[in-house]
Design a binder for this molecule. Sequence first.
Ligand SMILES: CSC[C@H]1O[C@H](OP(=O)(O)O)[C@H](O)[C@@H]1O
Ligand SMILES: Nc1ncnc2[nH]cnc12
Length: 320
Amino acid sequence: VTIPYRRMAGVPTSYPDPVHIAVIGGTGIRALKDFTLAATLNVDTPWGPPSSPISILHHPSPTSGKPIPIAFLSRHGLDHEFAPHEVKNRANIAALRHIGVRTIIAFSAVGSLLEEIRPRDFVVPDQIIDRTKGIRPFTFFEGGMVGHVGFGDPFDEGLAKIVRRCGHSLEGEGVTLHDKGLVICMEGPQFSTRAESNLYRSWGGSVINMSALPEAKLAREAEIAYQMICMATDYDCWRGGEGEDVNVEMVMGHMKANAENAGRFIGTVLDELSKEEHGEQVLAKHLAGQTKFAGGITKPEGRGKEVVEKLKWLFPGYFD
Ligand SMILES: CSC[C@H]1O[C@H](OP(=O)(O)O)[C@H](O)[C@@H]1O
Ligand SMILES: Nc1ncnc2[nH]cnc12
């Protein structure tokens, strides 16, 4: 199936098993090629519905041949109708955790802030600077439940190692991969000024997007291992040559031209993650339980009823 996963006649609307791995598709990635659509889920969450229905895709395990379910969610909606500040981040992450997801591979089209990261290159980032403006809902812990999770390393290093290996295995076949990178996550939806772009370069920024946050923060609160794969589509506006400033046409043009490689990259990562040897990593056992303590700081008598109910839905057994 290559079209965006709308509700299709005959496709089940429920799925019997937990789904551990998810892909969040960004700009230009609204579906995954060569997967069988097993179900389309309309999950409602205490934070409202997610940006899109969740498609459950079947992918044969490269070791056992058994079908492995993968959840796919379209960050900006099936028709790219949600601007970066309108993306239903809390509902997206909550819905994914609710169906069993503990590993997310998130894809993002980014501007490059470095000469050596050329359009169509891939980057597996390891750091983020938050330049969003506080207008996006960014936590599950508010309204009478205080929670503080660690975010020193905003991406999951175990997952990053696997993703990098997969990317390198495709090098020479049209894929160029940069192993590390600092993502500047800006508010948007307007692109940056030239002064801002230069400022981010002076901070050591490698790439810029509008969607790493709060997605990555919410995934951490939800104890989900999260790694973003970025694909450069432009040089933002710092390079300054004629006709070089980023625009949507440029972004979409590079995404379309390199969609095949992006799809192969994601497919290789899913193949690898489907191997039994990565079972513990995929289940993010290293994160399990952290939010029970990080989110349990508010004394029971001070807890907000409404938020407690929401959190019970998201973390059954944590805040009883
Ligand atoms: C269409 S250019 C700006 C847009 O592209 C990126 O989207 P995504 O991260 O979802 O691939 C960027 O973050 C902006 O939302
Ligand atoms: N230059 C840029 N700035 C922010 N987000 C982007 N996504 C793709 N290119 C971008």
